[in-house]
Design a protein around this ligand. Structure first.
Ligand code: NZQ
Ligand code: ZN
Length: 384
């Protein structure tokens, strides 16, 4: 097991009806900026529950955070915070709304000239405004982690930052808020969670049984519940399991003592930035390519996953690894997720664009830093 430090101060309040807890969680005298997306919370009753729970607190609303949130939109929110002397942020929505809030929280107190530097130059975040979240889309784990991904629309760059200062103080997870999710977003959420776990598990073994088995239990839960959810989109227990799985998939716990990959995500972010694909869509396309091209490096873990997660015990290690990759692709397709670039009307010409961008950044991805731009070309060529 590798050395690690683990810190996670976010309080989770889980279950039906728990949005009412906002009254106890948000300071009584807070001047709140309620941050949300394009209005799904007004259609499914979540907005009404939030407003009721906030009671007499002074609430200003910031509507219109887009999926894959824009830096430029976040700056509009920062201006409102300064104008209205806001002192507490409350994102209500999916990962995009929570990520935007993390960046807004940091940018509002940023003392440098250009807060884009937090993303492009990874300038340390020294302070951030306090916030808690209400999650409506289980997928990213943003509700219980310290990361956020923001896009600059001007340059089509999608970049991440991480800081202990942007953990939510609390996150409310009511599975009933997810009943209104369209199938596309249920699929995106399951794929995103699945790939988060794979990025932290499918590397090379370091005799870390506890983290391995946490990861395998999340993968198994996703396979089981993911197979049922489309026919039962308002089943409380299925939705509860998927919601908690998503949070545990990226709250730092299963990464403890493990090598981590994240190449599927980094390639996926470029595809989203250039071609506006959903985050989950990029992952279901790219992951099978990463696993195939990097199969030799990942063989031990692929074979372990084949047997422990998919019950594939026959054949050589290579044969089991191949079968596990096919099983993942089948699972993604059973959810309606695309697995090839052609499924989303992209052809080989997109590969040059992504590879050129990664070449400029000089990044070598993966747990062994050996996924060079030419390997990325191989990976994406595998996905045409
Ligand atoms: O705009 P609204 O009205 O909120 O509608 C959203 C949006 O259209 C809708 N939605 C959310 N909850 C709903 C709902 N519709 C009906 N009923 C509900 N209960 O779903 C659409 C997508 O929402 P979004 O927040 O964009 O999705 P997701 O949660 O998948 O977040 C994706 C973003 O998170 C980043 C991604 O890169 C992407 O920008 N990620 C953040 C991570 C992190 N902070 O740790 C890690 C992830 O790997 C990921 O990169
Ligand atoms: Zn993700």
């Amino acid at each position: 097991m590798n050395n690690f430090s683990f810190y996670n101060p976010t309080k989770i309040v889980f279950g039906k009806g728990e949005i009412a807890q906002l009254d106890a969680l948000v300071p009584k005298t807070a001047k709140v900026l309620l941050i949300y997306g394009s209005g799904s919370i007004k259609k499914n009753g979540v907005y009404d529950q939030v407003i009721k729970a906030l009671g007499k607190r002074k609430v200003t609303e910031f509507e219109g955070v887009e999926p894959n949130p824009y830096f430029e939109t976040c700056l509009d929110a920062v201006s409102i915070i300064k104008q209205k002397k806001i002192d507490f942020l409350l994102p209500v929505g999916g990962g995009s709304v929570i990520d935007a809030t993390k960046f807004i929280a940091a940018a509002a107190l940023y003392e440098g000239k250009d807060s884009w530097d937090i993303l492009s130059k990874q300038v340390e975040v020294k302070q951030a405004m306090p916030f808690g979240s209400v999650l409506t889309l289980p997928a990213t784990g943003s509700e219980m982690n310290k990361g956020a991904v923001i896009t600059k629309s001007e340059t089509k760059e999608k970049l991440a930052f991480h800081s202990d200062k942007v953990f939510p103080q609390f996150s409310i997870l009511d599975p009933e808020t997810t009943y209104s999710l369209p199938k596309r977003q249920i699929t995106n959420g399951i794929v995103d969670t699945f790939v988060h776990v794979i990025e932290q598990y499918c590397t090379y073994p370091v005799r870390n049984q506890i983290s391995d088995r946490f990861a395998e239990s999340i993968l198994q839960t996703l396979l089981e519940e993911g197979g049922k959810v489309m026919k039962n989109p308002t089943d409380y227990d299925i939705k509860s399991n998927l919601m908690w799985a998503a949070t545990l998939g990226l709250n730092g716990l299963i990464a403890c003592g493990q090598p981590e990959d994240w190449s599927t995500h980094m390639i996926g972010h470029e595809l989203t930035a250039f071609f506006e694909l959903d985050h989950g869509v990029t992952l279901s396309i790219v992951l099978p390519g990463v696993l195939r091209v990097m199969k030799k490096d990942k063989l031990d873990k692929l074979a372990q996953m084949a047997s422990r997660v998919f019950g594939i015990n026959e054949g050589s290690r290579t044969e089991r690894a191949d079968k596990a990759i096919l099983a993942i692709e089948r699972f993604f397709r059973s959810l309606g997720a695309p697995t090839h670039l052609s499924d989303v009307n992209l052809d080989a010409s997109c590969i040059d664009i992504v590879v050129e961008r990664l070449e400029k950044r000089g990044w070598a991805l993966g747990e062994r830093h050996n996924i060079t731009p030419s390997k990325v070309r191989e990976i994406l060529t595998n996905r045409i």
